[in-house]
Design a protein around this ligand. Sequence first.
Ligand code: AMP
Length: 288
Amino acid sequence: MKTLRTITDVRAHVGAARKAGRSVALVPTMGAFHGGHEALMRAARERCDEVIVSLFVNPTQFDAAADLAGYPRSEEADAAIAARLGVDVLFAPPVEEIYPAGFATTIRVVGLADVLEGATRGARHFDAVCTVVCKLFGIVAPDVAFFGQKDAQQVVVVRRMVRDLAIPVALEVVPTVRAPDGLALSSRNARLDGAERARATALARGLEAVGAAVADGERDAAAAVAAGRAAMAAAGVQPEYLAVVDPDTLDEVRELDGRVLVVVAAHVGPARLIDNVLIDTEQVATHA
Ligand code: AMP
């Protein structure tokens, strides 16, 4: 596996791969790899000939300086994991390679970027995500890009950007990877101490309770959400939001009918955690 730091080097590598008729995958990440990232890399390895993983802690998408400063960084260990999984290139650029002096462009997906995470963290969060993802698409020009269902709103926002701007890339969404107790794997989990780690399962318990209510026949979103809130309260966590939304428009739904997305965010100790589950009332089985 090669570690590349410049746009020029990545373009040369991808250009040669394309000339050889190889399909190209991109897995955008911020590093501190865990099982979730590994699932994305495995999916990319399976589907495409050439796998590029980007590792860039995008400073503009952090709303708090302390969150950026405290974000885990472990490039050496990450490179070892990527190499073991058969990744061809780790693209780990310095900040000035992505944001050269005078950088002035922002991509904004109006509406989808403003709700849920956007409402709490500020719409600038997804502006920053879209801008960096668009730039990575421009650098790598992948056939397929891999994203985790864990960040459900990110998938919805990026999908709309790709459609609106006619970016020639297919998006593949990989299911959320969880710890045995249900906690969705996240780089931020590393910040939790033992007691906080135990309380963090409240997010999964809340989502499960919403799913159980639906499986029991509940079709009123507010009632299902109330069941979820109660389960979270029992686990000692108050959600920042717990909502049932349309999986494509992110509009809140009142009546549960067909495919819905249940999203949750909560502070646990020093970490702000998010999770979600897709529920199809036609099938009533829940799947993350
Ligand atoms: P990050 O490094 O946190 O920006 O995440 C990079 C990619 O990994 C994003 O597409 C995330 O949605 C995805 N990801 C993070 N955690 C998980 C998880 N537990 N399961 C599946 N994908 C994940």
